[in-house]
Ligand binder design. Structure first.
Ligand code: DAT
Ligand code: MG
Length: 154
């Protein structure tokens, strides 16, 4: 099993697509090991987009990423990194096929609904960046009803 990091970006949150995108991952069999909402600070964005820091569009990217809270997800499955990248489609939403998350909901290269780790090495780094150890859960995908069969509390 692998775990990968997904960020639901401001266009996803403001566009009310959070549920739809999470549904696609759940329907594809991913387990949600962690989920949280926050506005990413300047420091974490500089780290996360270190490979783009020198690009002229970096200030726009930073402003975009702080324009609403984002939702971070830790998603687990076999081949999670590659499978998530296939489900979301390529970076440029205009080049993404219909049926992919970016193809269906993205606008362009920057406004592209989601971030996802691009390798196992980066997934490990990015999961650490956005989740504390106690915010990532290991659990079985079944539940018991023991609590419901207890005496009602009056
Ligand atoms: P990906 O998100 O598919 O891993 P990336 O790591 O190359 O793509 O880029 C990270 C983000 O940076 C991308 O989701 C949006 C932004 N970005 C990349 N190239 C851009 C460009 N030419 N103009 C504006 N934003 C860009
Ligand atoms: Mg990337």
């Amino acid at each position: 099993m692998e775990t990968t990091l997904v960020l639901l970006k401001p266009d996803c949150v403001a566009g009310r697509k959070v549920g739809e995108v999470i549904k696609r991952f759940e329907d594809a069999g991913f387990q949600i090991r962690g989920a949280k909402m926050f506005v990413p600070g300047a420091e974490i964005l500089k780290e996360h987009y270190a490979h783009l820091l020198a690009k002229p569009f970096f200030p726009d990217l930073e402003a975009f990423m702080q324009s609403t809270p984002v939702v971070a997800l830790a998603l687990a499955s076999e081949n999670a990194v590659e499978r998530v990248r296939t489900i979301i489609g390529p970076t440029d939403s205009k080049k993404a096929d219909p049926g992919t998350v970016r193809g269906d909901f993205g606008v362009d290269v920057m406004v592209n609904i989601v971030h996802a780790s691009d390798s196992n090495e980066n997934a490990a780094i990015e999961l650490k960046r956005f989740f504390a150890p106690d915010e990532l859960f290991d659990y079985a995908m079944h539940y018991t009803t023991t609590a419901r069969s207890a005496e009602p509390v009056h």
